[in-house]
Ligand binder design. Structure first.
Ligand SMILES: O=P(O)(O)OC[C@@H](O)[C@@H](O)c1c[nH]c2ccccc12
Length: 433
């Protein structure tokens, strides 16, 4: 077995690491692994698994951090794969561009923290790559591992948007805008339907799957079986999930529903972190977009609401906690707030979240300002609808309980405990935005 020594550069996410010499076994073969040990800042050792993936000129090495070594396992005998590790004193410097980016990211992170936003945005280029001689590798650390599903989705979205922008730049979207029909009044429709039915207006969601529930409906035909059935059943508006990786949705579904001539205004249900997505939503036929307060700082919420309005769309700003509700009420131009009963971080669902967040002064302020509130998630029965209606919502957003049933149209009557469909001779004329 040949032995080859490699020199690693500094590992910025581990301040204690220095240039190190790592000896790996059979590093000339195309796939081999070795364990190396590097000291943590605390002085204890962290064991890393180093995987040589391909031994060409740009060989990459994946490197995953194992738990810090316990006293028992730190003996050479317990970890025979550890071959050699030697820190040297000549620590290479972090490249200046990376340091600049890192500083910017830290400043943004600090600003988010002051607003209580726990969801971190990944630096635009992702976590640093480390070089070990001809090898490049990433070390998993607290800083580059998502802490919950929402953070994972948002980080993935960042990469996805970069690719989508490359295929369709903003200029192309702006051009395509000329060919799309005028938007419909999302908020006006909710108000009108709530007044008509004396029940919260329904935003019915076209949702095939979710990270918490897996696939909800195998027989998923977004246009005919679902969207058109929802409209027939009396939905005021529709929500169409466009995230593909976690919800198996698509912008194509949104476009198809729009093109099929569905009259209900459409909400583009997406994890928006970049203004490009708002343009994409509009071009795909959306009349409203979702902005999540747990993800977007105040500045972004305000800026993106303005963009949505400038494009003729409404912005549904989603909150989950009291803190987020307070932040959103501190912004101007807010017309539509969604209270999510499901935590996107833990998946815990509690319909009393809507009740709690509308209690007292908050509910009063919302009422006085004429803001339309939507109760979101976990609504299954007429009793659930009654609970959130009594709390003060004028609309509800429902996915799972409708989409999982074979007849989504009949499911609406079941959910409301009454027929809320528009009558046949009652021609639908929707307000135009
Ligand atoms: O399927 P439910 O429990 O009826 O929930 C619908 C809707 O509220 C939920 O899909 C949702 C609310 N906010 C979101 C944000 C992103 C993705 C999905 C959501």
């Amino acid at each position: 077995m040949s032995m080859e020594s490699l020199t690693a550069s500094a590992v910025p996410c581990n301040p204690a690491s220095k240039t190190m010499r790592v000896m790996t076994s059979s590093s000339t073969s195309s796939s081999s692994s070795a364990f190396v040990r590097i000291p943590c800042s605390s002085g204890s050792l962290t064991r890393l698994k180093l995987m040589v993936i391909n031994n060409t000129e740009r060989t990459s090495v994946s490197c995953s951090a194992l738990e810090p070594e316990s006293k028992e396992s730190s003996s050479e005998n317990a970890v025979p794969e550890v071959l050699e590790f030697q820190p040297h004193s000549n620590m290479p410097v972090m490249p200046p561009e990376w340091r600049e980016r890192e500083e910017k990211r830290k400043a943004e992170e600090a600003m988010r923290n002051t607003q209580g936003i726990t969801i971190r945005r990944r630096p635009p280029t992702g976590p640093p790559l480390h070089n070990v001689g001809p090898f490049q590798f990433k070390i998993q650390s607290e800083g580059n591992t998502p802490r919950n599903i929402l953070e994972e989705i948002v980080w993935h979205k960042d990469c996805e948007i970069a690719q989508m922008k490359e295929r369709t730049p903003l200029t192309a979207l702006a051009k395509a805008m000329a060919g799309v029909a005028p938007t419909k009044d999302f908020v006006g429709t909710l108000k009108a339907r709530a007044a008509e039915t004396e029940r919260p207006a329904l935003i019915a969601e076209v949702k095939k799957a979710s990270p918490s529930r897996g696939v909800i409906q195998q027989n998923f035909d977004p246009v005919v079986r679902i969207a058109q059935a929802y409209e027939k059943g009396g939905a005021a508006c529709l929500s169409v999930l466009t995230d593909s990786k976690y919800f198996q949705g698509s912008f194509e579904n949104l476009g198809l529903i729009h093109a099929a001539g569905v009259q209900c205004p459409l909400l583009c249900k997406e994890f928006i972190i970049d203004a490009w997505q708002i343009y994409k939503a509009r071009v795909s036929g959306a009349d409203a977009v979702l902005l999540i307060a747990a993800v977007l700082p105040d500045q972004d919420l305000t800026y993106m609401t303005k963009i949505a309005k400038a494009l003729g769309m409404a912005a549904l700003i989603e909150v989950h906690s009291k803190r987020e509700m307070e932040r959103v009420l501190g912004l101007s131009g807010v017309e539509l707030i969604g209270i999510n009963n499901r935590s996107l971080e833990t998946f815990k669902v509690d319909i009393n979240n809507t009740v709690d967040l509308l209690k007292g002064e908050t509910g009063q302020t919302i009422h006085e300002r004429g803001i339309v509130v939507v109760g979101e998630s976990g609504l299954f029965t007429p009793e659930d609808i009654a609970v959130v209606q009594a709390a003060g919502v004028s609309a509800v957003l429902v996915g799972e309980s409708l989409v999982k049933q074979d007849d989504p149209c009949a499911a609406i009557a079941g959910l409301y405990g009454k027929d809320i469909s528009r009558k046949m001779n009652n021609e639908v004329t929707l307000p135009v935005a």
